[in-house]
Design a protein around this ligand. Sequence first.
Ligand code: 13P
Ligand code: SF4
Length: 324
Amino acid sequence: MTDIAGMPTISPRPVVDPSLDLEEEIAKLKKERNAVILAHYYQDSEVQDLADYVGDSLGLSQQAAKTDADVIAFCGVHFMAETAKILNPEKKVILPDLDAGCSLADRCPPDLFGKWLEQYPDHVVVSYINTSAAIKAMSDIICTSSNAARVVASIPEDKKIVFAPDRHLARWVEKETGRELVKWPGFCVVHEQFTARKLIKLKAANPGAEIIAHPECEDAVLVLADFIGSTTGLINHVKNSPKKTFIVATEMGVMHSMHRDRPDATIIGAPPDSGCECAACPYMRLNTLEKLYAALRDLSPEITLDEELRKAALKPVERMLALG
Ligand code: 13P
Ligand code: SF4
């Protein structure tokens, strides 16, 4: 999903009649196909608004596990749609843009990971859901950002653990659980951009604000945060907090729900350490309304998986889902 420089590859846009009312056409196709639209909070707001369910990685995999639709139109990134396919081999899973990868998943290739694991034969392998099916198949249990600490805490104290691929999430889980983890050195290109320096400046300009952050941020950022949580955790925190101003260190798509839930609050996106003032995931944003329409129309691009690989990847995903 990435070219040599690590940036998303760009496929040509599908041919779509520009005069179409896409919202209406998508609703029609959804009915015809008996499809469900699942969307991550990092999608464009117009995509979120059309979805049957919007959630974080854990919520989306739980929804995928229980849907009775024939088609799952997954508005998220490849590993999320692939997880839906792992759980639903008999259903058609479509992803509006097949190039919607993830820097964490793409930078943890199965051949290197397998070699790396050879050094730790007696370790329990915990992998973040932001991995390919091949990595999941080499893992004992999967976690997401909302259950990572719980998953690690569920492993008996006498067992050693490797955690892949996000080194920042791993460090945060170590702090939360007191367990030592062997870490794959991966990171998210979006959360890596938030810096303590810029946050301190922003907080000085907004002294009453609460800083909230996703655990994919580096430790220097997380120590400044008043609250750390998954995408859903951050949204729920803002919804229920008595505070009026929030500095949010995660992908800017979450602000759509935050503004809806707290129209009275001031929500400030933490600026990335680049010339750009917005923190948008370049992979997630490859999905558009046009591409969602074309995917439902053509039932393509479709996620397909070798059955043996799917079965092997299913076991650690089911272990996670069983934890609730
Ligand atoms: P969530 O578990 O919060 O959905 O995280 C997914 C993700 O890709 C964060 O960058
Ligand atoms: Fe991957 Fe980061 Fe984008 Fe999430 S925000 S999908 S971790 S690149």
